[in-house]
Design a protein around this ligand. Structure first.
Ligand SMILES: [Cu+2]
Length: 255
C-alpha cells in the first residue's frame, strides 16, 4: 500500500474518532445536567461547589494528550510526504489557467492526462505559469500548491492500475472548477511504450498523439470536456487573454 495514503487515513480516522467521542461525551453530559441541575429539581441553588483542582488538572491534561496524539499522527504523515525517495522518477507539473501540463523525463509532454507506471515512486516538481493553483490527487492523499516563480515538490507511490482524479484545490479564476485531470496508472511496459512514443512523433501535437497510443484510450479527449470554450471566449472579452486560455493555442506556444 502507498505509505502516504495509510498515514493520512490513520490520522484522519484518529481525529474523527476523537471528535465523535468528544461530541457524544459533551452531548450526554449536557442533557444530564439539564435534568440534574434544573430549577424544578433544585429550587434552592447549591452554593457548595467552589472548584476542583483534580477536575481542572484532568480537563487540561486529557485534551493536551489528545491534541499531542493528533499532532503525532499528522506529523508522521507529513514526514513521509516530505521524505522523497532519492530514485523516484520525475514529472514536472505546471498549472495553467485552466488545465494541467505535464513534462516527463524525456521531455515528452501531455495536458490534463498524467500517465504513470504502476509500482513506482513518482516525484513532482510543481510550478505555475500564471496564478496560484493547487495540485490535488485525492486518491493518493496529496495536495501541494503551484506558485508562480517557485518550485514546490511532492511525491507518491503508484499502487493500483486505474484512473484517478486530479483537481485544482485553489481558486484560480473563472474556470477553476473545470481544471480537472486524470492520473492513469498503467503497467510499466505500457507506460514505457507511451512515454517513448513521443520521440518518433516529435512534431505531433501532444493532445492527439500520446493519448492515442495507450490501448483503450483512443477515444478519451479529456481536454474537450474540461475546457468549455464558450465560457472563456464569451466572458474574457480581451483577445490576448482568450488566446492564452485556449489549450490548443497555448500548446503551440510551448513548442
Ligand atoms: Cu484552480
Amino acid at each position: 500500500m502507498n505509505p502516504i495514503v495509510e498515514l493520512v487515513d490513520n490520522s484522519f480516522i484518529f481525529i474523527v474518532a476523537i471528535s465523535v467521542l468528544l461530541l457524544l461525551g459533551v452531548t450526554v453530559a449536557m442533557i444530564y445536567f439539564v435534568f440534574r441541575y434544573s430549577e424544578k429539581n433544585n429550587p434552592k441553588p447549591d452554593q457548595s461547589i467552589t472548584g476542583s483542582t483534580t477536575l481542572e488538572i484532568l480537563w487540561t491534561v486529557i485534551p493536551l494528550i489528545l491534541v499531542l496524539a493528533m499532532f503525532f499522527y499528522g506529523y508522521e504523515g507529513f514526514k513521509e510526504m516530505r521524505n522523497i525517495p532519492p530514485n523516484a522518477m520525475l514529472v514536472k507539473v505546471t498549472g495553467k489557467m485552466w488545465f494541467w501540463h505535464f513534462e516527463y523525463d524525456n521531455k515528452k509532454t501531455s495536458d490534463t492526462l498524467l500517465v504513470l507506471p504502476q509500482g513506482k515512486d513518482v516525484r513532482f516538481e510543481l510550478m505555475s505559469a500564471d496564478v496560484n493553483h493547487s495540485f490535488y490527487v485525492p486518491a493518493f492523499r496529496v495536495k501541494e500548491d503551484c506558485i508562480p516563480g517557485r518550485t514546490n515538490h511532492m511525491w507518491f507511490h503508484t499502487t493500483n492500475i486505474g484512473e484517478f482524479d486530479i483537481e485544482c484545490a485553489e481558486y484560480c479564476g473563472m474556470n477553476h472548477s473545470y481544471m480537472l485531470g486524470k492520473v492513469r496508472v498503467v503497467p510499466e511496459k505500457e507506460y514505457l511504450e507511451w512515454v517513448n512514443r513521443v520521440d518518433t512523433v516529435k512534431k505531433t501535437d501532444s493532445l492527439t498523439a500520446p493519448t492515442g497510443t495507450v490501448p483503450g484510450t483512443v477515444k478519451t479527449d479529456s481536454i474537450k470536456t474540461t475546457q468549455p470554450k464558450v465560457d472563456t471566449t464569451k466572458t474574457t472579452g480581451n483577445k490576448k487573454d482568450t488566446l492564452k486560455v485556449n489549450p490548443k493555442d497555448s500548446l503551440k506556444k510551448n513548442k
